[in-house]
Design a protein around this ligand. Structure first.
Ligand SMILES: *[C@@H]1O[C@H](CO)[C@@H](O)[C@H](O)[C@H]1NC(C)=O
Ligand SMILES: *[C@@H]1O[C@H](CO)[C@@H](O)[C@H](O)[C@H]1NC(C)=O
Length: 293
């Protein structure tokens, strides 16, 4: 599963570090700054000087000590479908871990979600929840202000991929009436697009409780063009290897030598591929719809 990262790990890791810094700027937002023209900045060689991926991950492996019993069904005609875990197979959600294990990058939607269809150069957001979502895009100077834009149940929102004058990242923030702290998809386009799904702002810190995050109880997925990473979170799952649930993926100044080589859940896709994000991806409404792209 980690082949993707093995091949491009160095780039991704550095992208991730860059993204973290860039997104920190982006998230601060600046409501009083006017829209500025888009400037493209050429990427520097980010892959140099990164240590090998294999060197430290084994020391961080955490083996679960107990597995909850599987539910027993009372009749053959009733099938209990367990939510699949980060690895795609049946299993429980992760337990809280301040140092999540290496990210899992699948390149297709989980079998119980619809396939995501990207649209070139666009951000596509599907609201498969049966309630209205509100979208805010930060920072506002990167392509115009979107603040609390309503996306009705079942609707799809699109806008052009943005870029910022200072080359910082963009954060797409989703809330609802009852979920007032945002879930994020963060991206940055520069000779390609990097992206991640983040629950950091809406979960209860240092717990696995993400019920404050819109759509979490019915699942999330975000991706880009076919063959690029899809980060999914099953309904109700604490998905700490496919999304950000811990700031900087646990990287601190003190642990950076061991932690830097651990792949974080940041995707990368070729330029102009766009971003596609579905909220409530495992809902009945999601199952009932077919995307035409
Ligand atoms: C929305 O979906 C949830 C979960 O499936 C369900 O419990 C609820 O009744 C639905 N609400 C409406 C208004 O359809
Ligand atoms: C989970 O977090 C929500 C708010 O985000 C809170 O209302 C709820 O009580 C928490 N649940 C538990 C079991 O702690």
């Amino acid at each position: 599963m980690l082949n993707y990262f093995d091949e491009r790990g160095s780039l991704l890791l550095v992208m991730n570090v860059l993204l973290a810094a860039l997104l920190a700027q982006a998230v601060r937002g600046c409501a009083d700054i006017t829209v500025t023209e888009t400037v493209w900045v050429t990427a520097t060689n980010v892959a140099s000087g990164v240590s090998s991926l294999a060197s430290t991950s084994s020391s961080l492996v955490v083996v679960p000590t107990s597995t909850p019993p599987l539910p027993v069904t009372s009749s053959l005609s009733t099938t209990t479908v367990l939510p699949t875990s980060q690895t795609g197979g049946p299993g429980p959600s992760a337990t809280y871990n301040p140092l999540p294990l290496p990210a899992i990058a699948k390149t297709a939607s989980p079998h119980n979600f619809n396939a995501l269809v990207n649209r070139e150069g666009l951000t596509v957001i599907h609201n498969s929840c049966n309630y209205t979502l509100f979208l805010t895009v930060n920072p506002p100077q990167c392509g115009g202000i979107v603040h609390g834009h309503e996306i009705a149940a079942g609707e799809t929102y699109t806008e052009p991929i943005r870029s910022c004058p200072d080359d910082s990242g963009i954060s797409l923030q989703i809330t609802s009436k009852v979920h007032t702290k945002p879930i994020l998809v963060e991206y940055s386009e520069r000779n390609g697009i990097s992206y991640d799904l983040s629950f950091i702002d809406c979960l209860e810190k240092t717990t696995t409780n993400m019920s404050g995050c819109a759509g979490w109880d019915e699942g999330h997925q975000c991706g880009s063009a076919s063959g690029c990473p899809v980060f999914a979170c099953q309904p109700g799952e604490y998905c700490d290897r496919t999304s950000y649930t811990i700031p900087e993926y646990g990287l601190t100044e003190a642990n950076k030598d061991e932690r830097n080589p651990v792949p974080a859940p940041v995707g990368w896709c070729k330029a102009n591929s766009g971003i596609v994000w579905e909220i409530c991806a495992g809902s009945q409404m999601a199952m009932a719809r077919k995307y035409s792209g």
